[in-house]
Structure formats: structure tokens, C-alpha cells
Design a protein around this ligand. Structure first.
Ligand SMILES: *Cc1c(COP(=O)(O)O)cnc(C)c1O
Length: 519
């Protein structure tokens, strides 16, 4: 084992990073950060529902609480602290101007139940954001309420299902999804009640058009294609795909999560797309990761627009109004509602602030810079790593694990070693069609200097792996993180989801004993 491992300290702390017990393990009976007046005697009106036992909150003073959460926050790796090359996630800088706008009291402190006459500005903001999205994509309509990309996919497929049912084609039960698709695509189709059939990829990372055509027929409801795809490539046959799909009366769903590679450069309506979600939090910047927040508005063709869900913001004369009820006279064919209220309003504010600050020319430059950065990374790594596909790429580049062959180092080991070097790993083992994939999306907001730092580190690690004598070091990584390598399979298969207190032993060590058991 490596000499680094001897760096463990007597306290378990490292440098100035302090080990933290769970907050429930820091319980000091009676300690509190607030001094509330005694509760006055009142007549009990809870009808026997009064809580009989303590609710189990730990007793802590204010400085203890502050230290606990501040220390945890310093363990957080974030786009504000470093480069995040995760492919397909578009982890880019989020301009602070967006945050300032989203915190304006007129946006931040309104309530969805306010009378519409008091939130005309908020409705106008939704309407203006929708107009930008329709203008950029050339599409007829946009459903603003989906809460994330996957939710936008569901919205698009529910529009498609409603359109088929309205046309008496409800018997179409199959959705075609390429092998390289993001996992949310087949999941969405299945959730919507469809059977998913996979379309193979060609050796060069594209949808196999001939194989797709063979699968088309009157039983197909839709085809879902990510474009640019998860191999980082533009589906050059998109128009031919749309024509073939329409030829059998099916709809063309395009997963637009990677829209940041093409925004301002092409109107996706020109590709023959019927529905596409846009991840506002990716393309138009919102801090995301860890599951939210996001917003996944779904743009729709004229054929699908009548089925868009409520609520819909409309302008009547000089006033904004909201269509709230599906199947009502004003929204007779709307399929229903995706979400409470109008969607992720705070994300709309950020997206519109971003779009207006960038302008049409700025958005066009952003997609160009994203593609340039990815190609720069690809070009500089291509000699020493093994690119999965011949370049050029779009906004992300993929390498397979060919360069690690015979070294005893896996893609996972390589990614863990990057953590010790100060870099969040790229996406690993995805797309599935690439063996041992490393998928890197630098985004347009990284400077050449930060890309060079990353590239230099990756090249040095590749050279170290190729010596053939460093496998043990790679297997041991990460060495310098608060937690070492976890048994990820066990964590996924046998997750311990709840911390349970154990009776303390005579030294009061119960809590840490439970912690060890959990580890
Ligand atoms: C991120 C992503 C999604 C899902 O979007 P969420 O906002 O995370 O639900 C779908 N498809 C692709 C290609 C993506 O990159």
C-alpha cells in the first residue's frame, strides 16, 4: 500500500478539516440555541393528538449548530469551488446576476394563491420566457410547468399519447429509443405505459437509420432521440429520421438536454421535431446537481400544441390570464396538469435573466464556446487516451478504457485518482455503448487555463497508469478525501437509509458505536 496512507492523524482530523459526528450524535440534553418564554397554560384542544414523547431533536447550542453546518458546507465540492467535467450534466458557472433577479421581493415573495391581478409581472415573466424559447426553437408552443428534464419528457410523451388517442390511434404502444439514450428516456416511455424497443447505434456513435426504419410501422407511437446525443455527436440524420417517423404516423421526440451545444445555431423545428424538453437549469444556467432545482419546459409542434397541459399563461388584451382547467372551454384538449401551480418559477427568473443578459448573439457564442472547449479537451487528450469516436465532437467528448488496457487500472480507479488531484471525476461508464467510458463536458464557462490544469493532470495520471506498476496506488484512491473509497455496490444493494440511535454504553459511546456499525 502507498506511503500516503500513513498520513492518518490521531484525531481523525486532517489539516484544518474537522471530522463531524452526525448531528443526532451531538445531542447534549437540555442544550439549546434559543431562549423561548415558558408556554402559557392553555386548554388542551388536540383531542388526544398531543405528542407524548420527545421528537428526538438533538440539544445543541447556536455555535455548535453553526460549526456543524459550516464544516459540512466546506466539504461540499461545487461549481463555485472547482471544475466539474461531468458529461451530460452541463455543470457551468451560474451568473450571480440571475440570483440577484430571482431574489427580488416581487419575484421571491409572491404566493401561487395570490389573485392574478396582483402577480401580472410574474405571469409576464413566464410569458416572456416562453416567447424566448419558442423564438429560439422555432416551435409553435411551449408547456412551461414541467419541473425538470425527465418531467418534460413525460409531458411530451403525454401530449403524444393524447394526440394519438384523439386521432383514434390509441393502440400504438411502442416507443423506439436508441441504445445510447439517457436512462430517463426509456423510463419515461415505460411510465407513460409504452413498451420500449431499443434502436442500435452505428460504430461511429450515431443512431442506425436503417435499423430504425426496419422497426418503424403503424404500431409505433414515437421515437425519442437525444440530439446532440450522449456520445457528444450531432445526429446528422435527424431530418431523415423525422421524415421516416412521420411517414408511419408516429411522433419525433427530441431530448433537448444537450441544447446548450446548438442554441442560437439552428431552429429545431427545422429538423421536424414534434416535442423537445429544454433543461433550463443546464442550457440557461441555474445552480443544480444533487437533484434540483430544475425546470424542463417542453416545446411542441403545432400538431401537439392543442394537447399541452394546463396551466397556460395567455394574454387577453393588456392583461395576463391563466388557463387552469383541462378539458374546459378555454383548454378543451389539454391533457391535464403536470404539477401544482405554474412550474419552477425561480428557475424561469434565472433563465430569463441569463437569456436577456446574453442576448441572441451571446447565446450563439455560448454554444460555440462549449463545442470549442470540448474539442480542445478531446484534441489534447486524444494521443494518450483513446477517443471512442473520431472527432470533432459537440459539447462533450467520450473516451473508452482502451488506454488503460493491461495496466490493472479501471475507469473507476482512474476517476478516483482524479479526486485526489482536486478534480471532480467526469461521468463514468456512460454512455453504455462505450466500454469503460469517460464522458467529459467542459462547458463554455471554463477558461483555457482551467482546462489546461485538468488536461495536464489527466495526462500525468494516464502516464502513471501506463507504467504498469502503479495499479495499487490507483486501487487505493482516493486517499485525501474525508471518506475513502466506498463499497458502492453494497451501498446500492443494501442501503442503510435510517440512522437509529443505540443505547449508550457506560462511557456514553452508543452513538459512535452505531456509526461504526453503519460503516
Ligand atoms: C440531464 C438529462 C436528462 C434529465 O434531465 P433532469 O433535469 O435531470 O431530469 C435527460 N436527458 C439527457 C440527455 C440529460 O443530459
Amino acid at each position: 500500500m502507498s506511503a500516503h496512507m500513513k498520513a492518518d492523524t490521531t484525531s481523525g482530523n486532517r489539516g484544518l478539516a474537522i471530522e463531524q459526528l452526525l448531528i443526532f450524535e451531538q445531542d447534549t440534553k437540555g442544550a439549546t440555541g434559543v431562549d423561548l418564554p415558558d408556554v402559557p397554560k392553555v386548554r388542551e384542544r388536540l383531542g388526544g393528538m398531543k405528542n407524548a414523547a420527545p421528537i428526538g431533536l438533538p440539544g445543541m447550542s447556536e455555535p455548535e449548530v453553526v460549526r456543524h453546518y459550516t464544516r459540512l458546507s466546506q466539504r461540499n465540492y461545487s461549481i463555485d469551488t472547482g471544475f466539474y467535467p461531468l458529461g451530460s450534466c452541463t455543470m457551468k458557472h451560474n451568473p450571480r446576476l440571475n440570483e440577484k433577479m430571482a431574489r427580488l421581493p416581487g419575484f421571491a415573495e409572491i404566493h401561487p394563491f395570490q389573485p392574478l391581478s396582483t402577480v401580472q409581472g410574474a405571469l409576464e415573466l413566464i410569458d416572456t420566457t416562453a416567447r424566448w424559447l419558442k423564438e429560439l426553437t422555432g416551435m409553435a408552443a411551449v408547456a412551461m410547468s414541467p419541473a425538470a428534464g425527465a418531467h418534460g419528457e413525460l409531458c411530451g410523451l403525454m401530449c403524444i399519447r393524447a394526440a394519438h388517442e384523439a386521432a383514434g390511434n390509441g393502440a400504438r404502444k411502442i416507443v423506439l429509443v436508441p441504445e445510447s439514450a439517457h436512462g430517463t428516456n426509456p423510463a419515461t416511455a415505460a411510465l407513460c405505459g409504452y413498451t420500449v424497443e431499443a434502436v442500435p447505434a452505428t460504430a461511429d456513435g450515431h443512431v442506425d437509420l436503417d435499423a430504425l426504419k426496419l422497426k418503424l410501422g403503424p404500431h409505433i407511437a414515437a421515437v425519442m432521440i437525444t440530439n446532440p446525443n450522449t456520445c457528444g455527436l450531432f445526429e446528422k440524420d435527424a431530418i431523415a429520421i423525422a421524415e421516416a417517423v412521420h411517414g408511419v404516423g408516429a411522433y419525433f421526440y427530441m431530448d433537448g438536454a444537450n441544447y446548450n451545444a446548438i442554441v442560437g445555431r439552428l431552429k429545431i423545428a427545422d429538423l421536424g421535431v414534434d416535442a423537445m424538453h429544454i433543461n433550463l437549469h443546464k442550457t440557461f444556467s441555474t445552480p443544480h446537481g444533487g437533484g434540483g432545482p430544475g425546470a424542463g419546459p417542453t416545446v411542441l409542434s403545432a400538431k401537439l400544441a392543442p394537447f399541452a397541459p394546463v396551466p397556460q399563461v395567455i394574454k387577453v388584451g393588456e392583461k395576463f390570464d391563466a388557463l387552469e382547467h383541462a378539458q374546459s372551454p378555454r383548454a378543451p384538449t389539454a391533457f391535464g396538469r403536470m404539477k401544482g401551480y405554474h412550474g419552477q418559477f425561480g428557475v424561469f427568473v434565472r433563465a430569463l435573466a441569463y437569456m436577456m443578459a446574453m442576448g441572441g448573439d451571446g447565446l450563439r457564442q455560448a454554444s460555440g464556446d462549449a463545442v470549442l472547449n470540448a474539442n480542445y479537451v478531446m484534441a489534447r487528450l486524444s494521443k494518450d487516451l483513446t477517443p471512442a469516436f473520431a472527432g470533432p465532437c459537440m459539447h462533450e467528448c467520450v473516451f473508452d478504457d482502451g488506454f488503460l488496457k493491461g495496466t490493472g487500472v479501471s475507469t473507476l480507479d482512474f476517476a478516483k485518482a482524479l479526486i485526489d488531484e482536486g478534480f471532480h471525476p467526469p461521468t463514468m461508464y456512460f454512455p453504455l455503448v462505450v466500454h469503460g467510458a469517460l464522458l467529459i463536458e467542459p462547458t463554455e464557462t471554463e477558461s483555457k487555463a482551467s482546462l489546461d490544469q485538468f488536461i495536464t493532470t489527466v495526462l500525468a495520471l494516464a502516464a502513471k497508469a501506463k507504467t504498469g506498476t502503479a495499479a495499487d496506488d490507483f486501487h487505493a484512491a482516493p486517499l485525501f478525501t474525508p471518506r475513502r473509497r466506498l463499497d458502492e455496490t453494497k451501498a446500492a444493494r443494501k442501503p442503510i437509509l435510517r440512522w437509529k440511535p443505540v443505547a449508550p454504553d457506560r462511557d456514553g459511546n452508543g452513538a459512535s458505536a452505531s456509526r461504526q456499525a453503519a460503516e
